[in-house]
Design a protein around this ligand. Structure first.
Ligand SMILES: [Ca+2]
Ligand SMILES: [Ca+2]
Ligand SMILES: [Ca+2]
Length: 189
């Protein structure tokens, strides 16, 4: 690999990470905090009326707050309770995000809770309409969601499992390849 192509790859990864950061910074104050996670939980519950107070909603809340604590542990280098874009990028590049056990352990229950919430026909998997509605809440367009869905649905059965979504989430952070389907998980970058 030439120095030039390494530069290009790093640019791609940084652009993806910046996009991910912007989506996570739900209140757009330039940092990721516990308030962003609380806002996200509320946005998810608002999108699925009738779920507030159910076991599914409680699991979602617990899993997302655990995810926030794992993110802060992995990336809040100066410990001020705010993750800046610089801290986030550094944590992904250094492998604290995408490779660390702490976050990996927190991501699976959060993904499971989100799938349970979005799985409105109780198949334990997400169909294209269920997936499109779900990632639409994170700001991804229907066209982008459809492209992403088909790329991640490797066996083409028209359903995404929790494991496929967790794997895509990890590939998103780890991959330097422009051809990686998981790059679309959070829309254009
Ligand atoms: Ca914020
Ligand atoms: Ca910080
Ligand atoms: Ca389903």
């Amino acid at each position: 690999m030439t120095i030039e192509s390494q530069e290009i790859d790093r640019t791609l990864q940084k652009r993806k990470i910046a996009r991910r950061f912007q989506l996570m910074d739900a209140d757009q104050d330039g940092t990721i905090t516990r308030a962003d996670y609380e806002g996200l939980i509320q946005r998810l519950l608002d999108a699925y009326p009738g779920q507030e107070g159910t076991p599914v909603a409680e699991r979602l809340r617990g899993a997302y707050l655990k995810l926030w604590r794992a993110l802060a542990y992995s990336s809040d280098a100066d410990g001020d309770g705010k993750v800046t874009q610089e801290e986030f990028v550094r944590a992904v590049i250094s492998g604290m995000i995408g490779r660390s056990d702490v976050l990996d352990r927190a991501i699976k229950p959060a993904a499971q809770a989100v799938v349970d919430l979005a799985d409105t026909d109780f198949t334990r998997t997400l169909s294209l309409p269920e997936f499109t509605k779900l990632i639409g809440i994170f700001g991804v367009s229907a066209a982008e969601a459809e492209k992403c869905f088909h790329a991640l649905d490797a066996d083409g059965d028209g359903q995404l499992t929790t494991d496929e979504i967790v794997a895509a989430n990890q590939s998103f952070y780890r991959s330097d390849s422009a051809a990686e389907p998981a790059n679309l998980l959070f829309g254009r970058y």
